[in-house]
Every structure is written in structure tokens, then in C-alpha cells.
Design a protein around this ligand. Structure first.
Ligand SMILES: Cc1cc2nc3c(=O)[nH]c(=O)nc-3n(C[C@H](O)[C@H](O)[C@H](O)COP(=O)(O)O)c2cc1C
Ligand SMILES: CCCCCCC(=O)C(=O)O
Length: 349
């Protein structure tokens, strides 16, 4: 079994067709932000406390009333069938087994109903949506998420247009293989067809007001980086924030997410999550120190899925759990809640 997420990525790279690996690993333009997300974690150094020994650490946290077993959730990623024939169904089973949240992408290759069935009652399932220009379509998607038992709605707001992904253009990857579809987009107009997902360029706070009014589910905004937007979001009824630059796939040279999270956590009173570049348990501890309730992982899940299917996703999540536990012990923390801001210093080298 691989010993790290990096080794899972190497395995996945060996197994996947080149165009699929590039789609998953790649980002926008020069991929400056893809690299920055990881490098920014490495630049931060931990300042551990000693002689606070406790026999066991408690990794559990609560999100919208649900207890999850560690401060790691699965960020939404499209097209899991490209990684494994079982696709999102395998991912859902692994997330349920790990006792954490899976945020299913609107661009899943299985429907939200089927993902919910695969995960079963143990899965804390959230649905990620891109707001569509036709409010009726957005409403139907929200109802499907509610009917599937989703516990929160994550709205991605960093994509008014699609990022420029040079690897995909070079590889000519613009469509799923014949016969595969974004299953959440099926039967939305009553003609049995599958609609394309739209990126809506005139997305505004009015759309967020409409969405919040449409559902009792907590709405989480994904893709917020500016503290002022975070404050505005809460004013508009948003109940959680996922600080994200879409894994460097949208605006290249956007700030690394770990560099954005503390300023946001300081000005809002709702759960703040962060994703982008989390590859080690020590990264998770740094994010907690900066005020995040939890982190999201995107590519690591895909590497596990591509390398070893459902078991691979489980192994990636369990690797992270063990690394977080070890990092907590080595920094003198008995729980995720005990991680304090003074545990992290900027690298002075
Ligand atoms: C292959 C791939 C597909 C993605 N698809 C979506 C998506 O459908 N919706 C979304 O909001 N974000 C999507 N993302 C962004 C992730 O949710 C997340 O923000 C990002 O992957 C986090 O960075 P990491 O991969 O370094 O963990 C995707 C990312 C990747 C790598
Ligand atoms: C037009 C299809 C939408 C797929 C969205 C996937 C995504 O967000 C990504 O980063 O890739």
C-alpha cells in the first residue's frame, strides 16, 4: 500500500490515460495557483508544545449538527467514472466508511439519488451546485438534493466562466466518453435528455438570495477568498464558507487558500472550511490553527479512486486520519478543537 498521498498520485498517474490524469492534476493557465496551494502549506512551520501528554486524541468535529470523525471532508470533483468504473458510488461508500462528509459534484457521473443510496444512512452527503440561469432548473436540482437526504448545499461561486485549462486543450479533452453523462442533469426539461452544465457569467448576490429562499438546507458558498465577500455572504443568509480557489483551476495566480483562510475566519461567525493543496496531516493542523473548522480534499480522493477504487479512497482518508492524529500528538493537542493560532509560524529561512 502507498505510504503517502504523493505515492497514491504516482500510482494513479501510472494507471490513468494521460488525458484523464492531466484533467485531474491540471489547473488554469500557468498553474501558478495549483503549485502555490501546496507550497504555501510547506512555507508555514509548526511551533509545537510539549509535556501536555494525553493517551488519545479526539479528531471529531461537528458540521451543521452532524458529527464527523475527522476534520476532513471530500471536496466536490467531477466525473469520478473517469477514475474508476464504480465512480461516485465507490467514493460514497468510502466516505461513509470513514464517517465523514462527501460533497457530491453537480457534475457527477452518477445521480445524487444513486450516490445517496450507495453511501447509505451513514453518509453525511452534501450537494454542490452551479447556479443555472433558468431558476426552474436550479430549483429542480435543489429538490433532488433534498429528496436524496443531503444535509447541505454547496454553491460554487468562483466560476462565472470556465478557467483556461491548457492541458485539456492540448489533449483535446472537452467531453466525457460517449455514453457517460452528468447524471444530475438528466430529465430536467421533461424530454428525457441530459442538459449541459452552464457557467453563468452574470451570477450575483441576488442569485444567492433566491437560492437561500429556495431551501431549508444550510447553504455554503464555495470559492470565496476575500474577507469582505465572506461578510456579505453571511449577511445574505449563507451558513458556511468553503475557502477555495477551485484547486487552481479557475483564476490562475489567485492567492493560495491557506493564505486566505485566517482573514476570513476572523470576520465571520459561521463554519469556515478550506480546500486546495492539503496533502498531509500537518497541512490540516495548520488550517485548523488559522480558524478552519475542517479542510476539503479534491485530488487526493481521485488519486485513491484511480489507484485502488473504493479501497483506495478509504486508504487515502485513513492515511490522512493517522497523519492528523500524529500531528496533534506531536504538537501537544488532544483534539482538533485545541489547535491554536500560535502553533503556526511563517518560515523565516
Ligand atoms: C478533477 C477536478 C474536478 C473538480 N470538479 C469540481 C466540481 O465539479 N465542482 C466544484 O465546485 N469544484 C470542483 N473541483 C474543485 C474541488 O472542489 C476543490 O476545490 C479542489 O480540488 C481542491 O484542491 P485539491 O485538489 O488540491 O485538494 C474540481 C477539482 C478537480 C481536481
Ligand atoms: C461544464 C462541466 C462542468 C464540470 C465542472 C468540473 C469542474 O468544476 C472542474 O474544475 O473541472
Amino acid at each position: 500500500m502507498p505510504f503517502s498521498i504523493r505515492e497514491f498520485e504516482a500510482l494513479a498517474r501510472d494507471r490513468l490515460p494521460r488525458y484523464v490524469y492531466d484533467f485531474m492534476a491540471g489547473g488554469a493557465d500557468d498553474e501558478v495557483t495549483v503549485r502555490a496551494n501546496e507550497n504555501a502549506f510547506a512555507r508555514l512551520r509548526l511551533l509545537p508544545r510539549v509535556l501536555r501528554g494525553r493517551p488519545k486524541r479526539d479528531l471529531g468535529i461537528t458540521l451543521f449538527g452532524d458529527e464527523i470523525t475527522m476534520p476532513v471532508v471530500l471536496s466536490p470533483t467531477a466525473f469520478h467514472r473517469l477514475a474508476d468504473p464504480e465512480g461516485e458510488l465507490a467514493t460514497a461508500r468510502a466516505a461513509a466508511r470513514a464517517g465523514t462528509v462527501m460533497i457530491a459534484s453537480m457534475a457527477s457521473t452518477a445521480s445524487i439519488g444513486d450516490i445517496a443510496k450507495a453511501g447509505g444512512a451513514d453518509l453525511a452527503l452534501w450537494f454542490q451546485a452551479y447556479i443555472q440561469s433558468d431558476t426552474g432548473i436550479t430549483r429542480t436540482l435543489v429538490r433532488r438534493a433534498e429528496d436524496a437526504g443531503c444535509r447541505a448545499l454547496v454553491v460554487t461561486v468562483d466560476s462565472p466562466v470556465f478557467g483556461w485549462r491548457e492541458r485539456d486543450h492540448r489533449n483535446g479533452f472537452h467531453h466525457l466518453p460517449v455514453g457517460w453523462h452528468c447524471e444530475n442533469m438528466r430529465d430536467l426539461t421533461g424530454d428525457g435528455g441530459v442538459l449541459d452544465i452552464e457557467m453563468v457569467a452574470d451570477l450575483s448576490w441576488d442569485h444567492i438570495d433566491q437560492l437561500v429562499a429556495m431551501t431549508d438546507l444550510p447553504v455554503v458558498l464555495k470559492g470565496v477568498l476575500h474577507p469582505d465577500d465572506a461578510v456579505t455572504a453571511v449577511d445574505h443568509g449563507v451558513r458556511g464558507l468553503l475557502v477555495s480557489n477551485h484547486g487552481g483551476r479557475q483564476l490562475d495566480t489567485a492567492i493560495a487558500t491557506i493564505d486566505a483562510v485566517a482573514d476570513i475566519a476572523a470576520v465571520v461567525d459561521v463554519p469556515v472550511l478550506v480546500d486546495g493543496g492539503v496533502r498531509r496531516g500537518t497541512d490540516v493542523v495548520k488550517a485548523l490553527a488559522f480558524g478552519a473548522r475542517a479542510v476539503g480534499v479534491g485530488r487526493p480522493v481521485l488519486w485513491g479512486l484511480a489507484a485502488r477504487g473504493e479501497d483506495g479512497v478509504t486508504e487515502v482518508l485513513e492515511l490522512l486520519r493517522a497523519e492528523i492524529d500524529r500531528a496533534l500528538a506531536l504538537t501537544g493537542c488532544a483534539s482538533a478543537h485545541e489547535v491554536a493560532r500560535d502553533l503556526v509560524r511563517e518560515d523565516r529561512c
